[in-house]
Design a protein around this ligand. Structure first.
Ligand SMILES: Nc1ncnc2c1ncn2[C@@H]1O[C@H](COP(=O)(O)OP(=O)(O)OP(=O)(O)O)[C@@H](O)[C@H]1O
Ligand SMILES: [Mg+2]
Length: 248
């Protein structure tokens, strides 16, 4: 059982998923959300995942983030083998290495924006003063410099989404996983956020995975993975150059 995080330059992959299955419920309520998914994300890329509602995109992201147990298959994230790790080891690994932007934002309503964004730093042992200073800087980067002391309920949906994005970026994780990061944003704000995520993805040793239904942001993808009915159907290289189909 290899739980060691080794140098990711070994093969250039940030994430490798092999033949993963996941079933929810039993009997008539049984749904096989993942039916043997094979999936790769490379170091240094912004990879998009697209596909119809219910095809398993959020389930796959949750498996990669280590927040959802799966039945069969293998998941490696920067060479940490999630399927062999204890729950506490996964929690530690996630806290240090993964930033997650949830489809439902998942902000803590009783905390201010600065406090929400500080959480990943506090979990990693950073002092409150330094965490809040860094949180304020990242909030400014996503265009919310003046709203740090507001609570999420005082913000619009798009502003809340940007707080969630700031929280995923603040501890500079190697892997950032985004579930519909622009769903509540207008075109210009969405483009600014995607530029930020693309710059992060291109930094050495990092990777950004974005699930989206938003064709306005496809141009930011280095590769595009198409899912359908619990499986990866196709991978396209450089979709901005016209969706060249590489393999099935
Ligand atoms: N906690 C759960 N309990 C039961 N079924 C679930 C659960 N989570 C997801 N499912 C089912 O698994 C399938 C895949 O769901 P998932 O949320 O991964 O889809 P998705 O591709 O993210 O869809 P969307 O684009 O609507 O967000 C769906 O049929 C869904 O109903
Ligand atoms: Mg989803």
């Amino acid at each position: 059982m290899n739980t060691e995080i080794t140098n990711n330059s070994k093969n250039g992959f940030a994430v490798q998923v092999r033949n993963v299955t996941k079933t929810f419920g039993t009997g008539e309520a049984r749904t096989q959300a993942l039916k043997g998914v094979d999936f790769d994300a490379r170091e240094g890329e912004l990879l998009m995942i697209v596909g119809p509602s219910g095809c398993g995109k959020t389930t796959l992201l949750s498996v990669i983030a280590g927040t959802l147990e799966f039945e069969e298959g293998e998941v490696d994230v920067f060479h940490a083998r999630l399927h062999g790790m204890s729950k506490s080891a996964i929690t530690n690994f996630r806290g240090g290495s993964i930033g997650f932007i949830f489809q439902q934002f998942n902000l803590i309503p009783t905390l201010t924006c600065i406090e929400n964004v500080s959480v990943p730093l506090l979990i990693n042992g950073v002092s409150r003063a330094i965490a809040e200073k860094k949180a304020a800087e990242v909030l400014a980067l996503v265009g919310l410099g003046g709203r740090g002391h507001d609570r999420p309920s005082n913000l619009s949906g798009g502003q809340q989404q940007r707080v969630a994005i700031a929280r995923a970026l603040v501890h500079e994780p190697k892997l950032i996983i985004c579930d519909e990061p622009t769903s509540a944003l207008d075109k210009d704000t969405g483009h600014k956020i995607m530029e930020l995520l693309r710059d992060v993805a291109r930094a050495p040793g990092r990777c950004v995975i974005v699930v989206t239904h938003d064709p306005r942001i496809y141009q930011f993808a280095d590769r595009m993975t198409e899912m359908e009915d619990g499986r990866v159907q196709r991978v396209h290289e450089a979709p901005q150059a016209g969706f060249s189909h590489t393999h099935q």
